[in-house]
Design a protein around this ligand. Structure first.
Ligand code: FE
Ligand code: CA
Length: 464
């Protein structure tokens, strides 16, 4: 067989940090968006052994774990290595290598970090990203995020967008091309090539290689504003479920997840503890939606139990959608987004009641920055919400002023693209709104639009 090209075109990643281990990810794809659905990534139809190494140092002089994983064509030659036996709250470096049929090739090295031990009170430094629409801009924010070397990165969804190239793109909103043939994703092959398109971006690869990621999804990993098995366009659920299953599979194949899809389900809601400092509760706001139920009964039960029994200083929801009430003033009275938590107000009230206090909600989806106070139905403070802007996705264009005026519990609006940089400690919780000045061309400069802390379950503005 002819020698294949360089296989690590999509980079490396790690995720799901535990006190004793992480997941390591890569996918072999010498031809990142091979047009032949029978050859995802331009790979032959057989399994390929992939060596992996974990070291304490970036030169790989002190290797502490190593082994061989099998990259199978059924999973588009992705590998998800479960590494254990590591020390808590420790930096590690990892890489992959392959032999035949590639000759000998080694991946770029990644840096990862385990979670702290159960009893740790050390602060955790994290970043929050969401909404990275490839064709809308350059992932410069990811390059800056990578440079901060956070302990962990939370991605709140819209990690890809399923859209094709519009017939007439809006000015400034199609600044770089999707993979050929630039059409909407419907099949497993389409979604695989779309994820691959994104990972060919060097800035996104740098962010994945810089820190372990804990990811959840929103709608665009499958289809705009879908709910459970129902697409927003009202087409039949059976056909949509096949599309969703393909999208979930491709998502798994490109993310450092601990669990794989089982039938039509990919279990995304989960608890990621960081010592005594933070219980990160990762939510799935799409897969189990039905009627006035965003989470589904099983996930809601799990969440309310976790909130009531949380022992860490901060209870942090890692989830895609605007959580606080947000009234849009209009001539006929206020309107609300029924796709976000305002469409699920009773479930939101149950979440707030179960949390009671010390709640921090991290959100994305709306493509600009916000900060909010959260009250229960009796008007008592329960916690705060930090809404992070998009990495690139264009905002709706509506300004923040009228919304701030109509919603006194919303304290901050900013209309840049960027990400959040946060610190959770035993005493405080702080968020810096990192912003880039432009995304329609490379090399946007980084700034900080604002910093907020939390005092007695209220946001307080801090000096930048
Ligand atoms: Fe989005
Ligand atoms: Ca969304």
């Amino acid at each position: 067989m002819a020698k294949l090209g360089y296989p690590f075109t999509l980079g490396v990643a790690s995720g799901e940090p535990a006190p004793d281990g992480v997941i390591l990810w890569t996918r072999l794809a010498p031809v990142p968006f091979d047009p032949d659905p029978a050859r995802p990534g331009g790979m032959p139809a057989r399994s390929v052994p992939v060596r992996w190494q974990v070291a304490e140092d970036p030169a790989f002089a002190r290797i502490v774990r190593q082994g061989t994983a099998s990259a199978a064509q059924a999973w588009a030659h992705s590998v998800h290595v479960r590494v254990d036996g590591l020390r808590p709250a420790t930096d590690y470096h990892y890489r992959f290598s392959v032999g035949a049929p590639f000759g000998a090739e080694t991946s770029p090295a990644g840096r990862t970090r385990t979670a702290p031990a159960r009893d740790s009170t050390a602060p955790v430094r994290f970043a929050v990203a969401s909404c990275q629409r490839y064709e809308h801009g350059h992932f410069t924010a990811h390059r800056h995020l990578a440079a901060e070397l956070p302990d962990v990165v939370f991605h709140l969804g819209d990690s890809i967008y399923e859209y094709g190239r519009p017939a007439v793109p809006k000015p400034g909103r199609y600044v770089r091309p999707l993979e050929p043939p630039e059409r909407e994703c419907l099949s497993l092959h389409d979604y695989r090539n779309r994820h691959a398109r994104y990972r060919t971006d060097a800035d996104l690869r740098a962010a994945h290689a810089a820190a372990p990621w804990v990811v959840t999804w929103d709608d665009h990993e499958v289809d705009d504003n879908y709910a459970g098995v129902r697409p927003a366009d009202g087409s039949p659920p059976a056909a949509f479920l096949r599309r969703r299953t393909a999208a979930y599979r491709a998502y798994y194949e490109h993310m450092p997840l601990r669990v794989r899809p089982v039938g039509e389900e990919l279990r995304m809601y989960r608890w990621r503890p960081y010592g005594g400092v933070a219980d990160f509760l990762v939510l799935d706001a799409r897969q189990y939606r039905a009627g006035a139920d965003m989470l589904g009964p099983a996930q809601e039960r799990w969440l309310l139990d976790r909130l009531r029994s949380a022992r860490a200083r901060w209870k942090v929801l890692v989830q895609p959608l605007f959580f606080a009430r947000r009234a849009f003033p209009g001539p006929l009275g206020p309107t609300f987004s029924t796709d976000a938590w305002d469409g699920f107000a009773e479930q939101r009230a149950r979440v707030l009641a179960a949390a009671g206090e010390r709640l921090v909600v991290l959100s994305g989806d709306v493509h600009n920055n916000w900060a909010c106070d959260l009250d229960d139905d009796a008007g008592r403070p329960v916690g705060v919400e930090f809404v992070g802007t998009a990495i690139t996705s264009a905002p709706s264009g509506a300004g923040g002023g009228p919304i701030l005026a109509a919603n006194p519990h919303i304290k901050f609006f900013d209309d840049h693209r960027g990400y959040l940089a946060g610190t959770a400690g035993p005493a405080g919780f702080e968020i810096a709104y990192r912003v880039v000045d432009f995304v329609d061309r490379p090399s946007g400069q980084l700034g900080t639009a604002a910093r907020f802390g939390v005092r007695e379950d209220r946001v307080v503005r801090l000096d930048v």
